[in-house]
Design a protein around this ligand. Sequence first.
Ligand code: AHR
Length: 662
Amino acid sequence: MRTKNKIYAAFFTVCTTFLLAQSGIQSKHILDLDGASTHIKIQPTMYGIFFEDINFAADGGLYAELIKNRSFEFDEPLTGWKQPNTKTLSPNLDSGFLIIHTDASKTNKNYARITVLNDKNYLLENEGFRGIGIHQGEKYDFSFYLENVSGNIKEMKAELIDEKGQSIVAVSIPVSGKGWQKYAAVFSPKRTVEKAKLQITFVGNGVVNMDMISLFPQDTWKGRKGGLRKDLVQKLYDLKPGFLRFPGGCIVEGRTLAERYQWKKTIGKVEDRENLINKWNNGFAHRLTPDYWQSFGLGFFEYFQLSEDLGAEPLPILSCGMACQFNTAELVKMEDLDPYVQDALDLIEFANGDISTPWGKVRAEMGHPKPFNLKFIGIGNEQWGEDYIERYKVFEKAIHAKYPKITIVSGSGPSPDGEFFEYGWKELKKLNAQIVDEHYYNSPEWFLENATRYDKYDRKGPKVFAGEYAAQSVGVVKPENKNNWLTALSEAAFMTGLERNADVVTMTSYAPLLAHADGWQWTPDLIWFNNLSTYATPNYYVQKLFSNNKGTDLLKITENGKALTGQKKLYSSAVFDEKSKEIIIKIVNADIQPKEMNLNTKNLRFGDKMIKIILSADTLDTENSFTSEPIQPKENSESIKRGKISTEIPPKSVVILKINKL
Ligand code: AHR
C-alpha cells in the first residue's frame, strides 16, 4: 500500500510540475530576511582565483610573449621553429643551417648557431603558440640576442606573415660589432591576424649565434615591458578576487620531484630563468601537448605583482616534497626535507622581508622594495595519506616558529569524501590546522545536492578553502565537458551554501581558470581565449556575481524557518555590505518554472528601490562563445511599493537583489 502511495505521490508531483511549467503558473514563496547581525563576517578572501599553467594559461596565454621556445630550451630544442628552405640532407649549400650549441655553465644553456650559406634562401620561422596573434594598429617589441661570429652578415630581417604566407609587416635590423648584443625593433602591423608566423632572414653570409628571440605587444597590462596580456588580466580584475592562488595545482608537485615548481628558479632576469617541461605536456594521453613548456617569464615576482594589481591576497602553494601522487608519487625522505622547508621560509622573506634581508634585497632589486605583505602560504597541493601529514607537521613547525602570523593552508587530497579525505581531515584537526583545502570536480547534480555540505561542519575546527571546484557536464577530465548553463547554475546553487557557511568557509575558487581554445588539456575552464580575444563562460559570470556582491556580513534568510537549500529547487543566501549599506540577496532557481517571491523583513528599514540582476538562459545546454555571450547578467531596477518586497524569480536563473538599508 505504502509503495502504491509513493508511486501516486511521485506521479502527482511530476504531473503538477509539468502542468505548472506549461501554464507558467508560479509557485509562491514567502522568505523571511532578518536584518539583525548574525555576527558572521564574510571574509575578504571569500571568492578568489586559482591560477595554474594548464591549457596554455601562462606561456601562450597570460604571459604575453608571442614566440614559442624563444631560447631553444625545450627537450627538442627546435620545437616551434622551422627552416623551410633547408633540406634535411647536408650540406645545404643552397641555404644554410642551424645547430644548437650548449653552454652548460648557464641556467638557460642553449642557443642557436646559424650558418647562412646563401642569404637568398635561408629562412628561420617561428609558429608562435598555435600561431601569433597580431592586432592592427598596435605596436610589438621585437628583440633578440645575437653574436656575430664570422662572415659578412650585415642585416637581420624579421617579418610577420599571415596564414597564406602574405607579408603583414617587416623590419630590418643592422648587425654590427662582435660579442653578444641585444637588438630591438618595433613592428607596427596594419592588419589583424590570428595565426601569424615570424620569419627571420639575413643579408650577407656568415655565422651568427642567436638567443632569446622575443616578441611582445607593447599594450600589456599596465604597459609593462615583457608583461601580461591585458584583456586576460582585465577579466581577472573584473572578478574583484579576494586572493590569487598560484602556481597551481598539480604543477606545484611535478610529475617527479625534479620537475616540481621551484620558485627560486622563476625570479631574477627572465633570460636566466631555467625552462622546465610543463606537467600538462603529456598529462593526458587524449590531449597530448608536446610543445608545452614553462619559460617562467611569469614567475613568482610577477605572481606577487599581479596579486597586488588585482587587490588580491597572494596565496603561493609550495611543494611539500611529494611529487604528484597520480604520477610517480616520488617522495623526498624526511631527513632530506630541509631544503623544501627552507624554500618556504625564504619565500616568506622574499615577499615580506625588509630590503636588508637577503631575499628582501632580491625583491627590491627586481623593482619592488615595498613588501608584498604575504599572509597565506599553502603546503602541498592535493596530497594525501600519512606521508603528507608527516611532512606538513615539519613545515608547520618551522613556519610558525619563525612567522607566527602567517596562515598555513593544508590539503585534504583530490576528493571531497572517502578514505583519504576523512583521514586528512581527522589528522589536520588534531594538529589544529588553520585552513584546509578541499577539491571537488563533480556532476551538476552533485553540486545541486550539496548546498548543505558545510551546514554540519565543526565550527571550532579548521576553516575551509574550497580551492578547486567545477561542475563537469559529462565527467571528470572528459574532453567533452562543456561550460554550459546547467554547470554554472548548479555551481551558483552550491555557492549559496558556501556563503551561508561563511563562518567555516573562508576561501573559494573555481578551477581551472584559463584555457586556450587551440591548446587546452582540461575542460571546463572559467575563461577561454585564443590569440586575439577572450570570452567569459556562464560560470565566470556566476563567480563574478558572487564575488562582486560578497558583502561583509552574513544575514539570515529562510522559508518556514529553514535555509533554502534546494526545497522546490530554490537556493538562497543573503549578506549586508557595510561599505555600500546594501542588503544583497542571492536566489538561485534551478526549477523550470518561475517563482513568485515575497520577502518578509525584520530588524530592517530600507528604501523604495531594488536593483535586480538576472543571469539565466533559455536552455540548460546554452554556452557562451567567442562570437556571442547569450548568458550575461542583465540589470534593472524595480520599485518597492509600501515597503513590500515582491518579485519574480525566472526559471533556471541566478538572481541578485540589492536593497539600500536605511
Ligand atoms: O585543475 C586541474 C587539476 O585538478 C589541478 O592541477 C589539480 O590540483 C587537480 O587535480
